[in-house]
Design a protein around this ligand. Structure first.
Ligand SMILES: NC(=O)c1ccc[n+]([C@@H]2O[C@H](COP(=O)([O-])OP(=O)(O)OC[C@H]3O[C@@H](n4cnc5c(N)ncnc54)[C@H](OP(=O)(O)O)[C@@H]3O)[C@@H](O)[C@H]2O)c1
Length: 255
């Protein structure tokens, strides 16, 4: 598959979901520092405000919006408001995510299953439906779905999380093929980071383990390089990231 087109980040409009903390916050900060106008969403108003405040203090542009990404009405309303306010969305980063307690499948509750699937999969579906028609109209744009190492190879005791991330990979590949058929310059790729030092990692494996993982900033630097075209990624492909470095770029659709 052809490589996704680089994005001139200066003045571009970038939407990052789940950016009230963790990896999403690092994505927002890294892309804002390249001149992107960053629009972030999550449920925690205070977290969003603190991320925006830091970005603005460093000379960037950021606005934070309370959105539950599992709610299709909230997502479509948010996307229309971004387009009304900025006229465009150049990059969408589907980052919001949730995990469940570490344990075998029979001990995972239906509620945990539902939260994980709704946050990791339904949200991607809602955002794809809202943003793709707009990007097609513009004739360009990049969608980045945040998968995981677990989206490439399932781990024991994280079965539902792995299933949700396999679904994210499936959306990425199918949508890339659909966009390719359109002959548009809209691309869709996935990032597959290994463990990252965020609250999610600490919640599952403990703080001591989290501190040994790659930093969210190092993963965000990889996304910046991908968008700038310094790391070429084929449409529908994914990027495996460990210890802040690109370990492999897969051209899944040409195999
Ligand atoms: N940490 C790791 O080791 C690791 C490794 C590989 C991939 N990932 C992936 O990286 C992404 C970011 O994870 P993280 O480690 O930064 O996790 P995190 O620290 O737990 O942050 C998760 C983010 O998602 C948001 N979110 C969760 N549910 C939401 C909802 N219903 N509506 C809107 N926002 C929601 C949270 O904001 P609110 O609570 O304010 O809504 C928060 O901003 C996820 O997709 C995760 O699966 C993480």
């Amino acid at each position: 598959m052809p490589l996704i087109k680089p994005v001139g980040l200066g003045g571009s409009v970038v939407v990052v979901t789940g950016a009230s903390r963790g990896l999403g916050a690092a994505f927002a900060e890294a892309l804002a520092s390249e001149g992107a106008k960053v629009v972030i969403c999550a449920r925690d108003r205070a977290g969003l405000d603190s991320v925006c405040k830091k970005i603005v203090k460093n000379g960037g542009v950021c606005s934070g919006h309370v959105v539950d990404v599992t709610n299709s009405t909230e997502v479509s309303g948010f996307v229309s408001n971004v387009i009304k306010a900025h006229g465009r969305i150049d990059v969408l980063v589907n980052n919001a995510g949730a995990v469940h307690r570490f344990g075998p499948v029979e001990r995972i509750s239906e509620e945990e299953y539902s939260v994980c699937m709704r946050t990791n999969v339904d949200s991607v579906f809602h955002f794809l439906k809202s943003v793709i028609p707009h990007m097609k109209k513009m004739g360009k744009g990049v969608i980045v779905n945040v998968s995981s190492g677990a989206g490439r190879r399932a781990h024991a005791n994280l079965s539902v999380y792995a299933a949700s991330k396999f679904a994210v990979e499936a959306f990425t590949q199918a949508v890339a093929r659909e966009l390719e058929g359109e002959k548009s310059a809209v691309g869709c790729i996935a990032l597959c980071p290994g463990g990252i030092n965020t609250g999610m990692r600490a919640a599952v494996f403990g703080m001591e383990d989290a501190l040994k993982q790659q930093s969210p900033e190092s993963v965000a630097a990889v996304l910046r390089d991908v968008l700038l075209g310094k790391v070429g990624v084929p449409n529908g492909g994914d990027v495996l990231i460990r210890q802040g470095a690109v370990v492999e770029v897969s051209d899944n659709l040409s195999k």
